[in-house]
Ligand binder design. Structure first.
Ligand SMILES: CC(C)(COP(=O)(O)OP(=O)(O)OC[C@H]1O[C@@H](n2cnc3c(N)ncnc32)[C@H](O)[C@@H]1OP(=O)(O)O)[C@@H](O)C(=O)NCCC(=O)NCCS
Length: 162
């Protein structure tokens, strides 16, 4: 299978935050931001694999600042590393205040997707061609997160003593 670059699948989704996205404090509901994060991540993974994908892990999701109704939200997503059938996507959410142009990062997250074949089984994805120091550094960090996730999975899947 031919390799593909990070730039071939990365995406930025932009959306105006409307009153129906608000929580009781008047800021945007965290669940709505999570939906946008997963949507952007799934687009990136499907673009790379050109197969249907499912989310298998969402971790390290951080909400560092509130998003306000009326903000234009930009959701940037790109691959950090891919393995045999799974892919890690890094997502950054930035809120832009339309009247001032002020931008601030409000959330970051890492998600893992798995590509599926017609029978719904995990299927191989193209290798990721890393370009430059920055992409190689992100890929190394992704490898470390994978080790932690797989260790966690092994513990969670282990039969529990009753
Ligand atoms: C995704 C799914 C098909 C994987 O099935 P599975 O039996 O775990 O399959 P495997 O053990 O072969 O794992 C498939 C890949 O996922 C990775 N994976 C599975 N669980 C993982 C975890 N907790 N952390 C990191 N990677 C994980 C495996 O490492 C493997 O990747 P690799 O081939 O690149 O090494 C299955 O877990 C599933 O259907 N989950 C539900 C998905 C879903 O409904 N998501 C929400 C809606 S989109």
């Amino acid at each position: 299978m031919e390799g593909k670059r990070v730039s071939e699948s990365q995406v930025v989704l932009s959306q105006m935050m409307q009153p129906e996205h608000a929580n009781i404090l008047g800021n945007v509901h965290g669940g709505w931001i999570m939906k946008l994060i997963d949507e952007a991540g799934a687009i990136v993974a499907s673009r790379h694999a050109r197969k249907p994908v499912v989310t298998v892990v969402v971790d390290s999701i951080r909400f560092c600042a509130p998003v306000h109704v009326g903000d234009l939200v930009h959701v940037r997503a790109r691959l950090t590393q891919v393995w045999r059938t799974s892919m890690e996507v890094e997502v950054e959410v930035e809120a832009e205040a339309l009247l001032t142009g002020e931008r601030r990062v409000t959330s970051t997250a890492y998600l893992v997707y798995v590509a599926l074949d017609e029978a719904g089984r995990p299927t191989p994805v193209p290798p990721l061609l890393l370009v430059g120091e920055e992409e190689r550094r992100r890929a190394e960090e992704a490898e470390r997160r994978r080790v932690e996730r797989l260790a966690r999975r092994a513990t969670e899947d282990a039969p529990r003593a009753r």
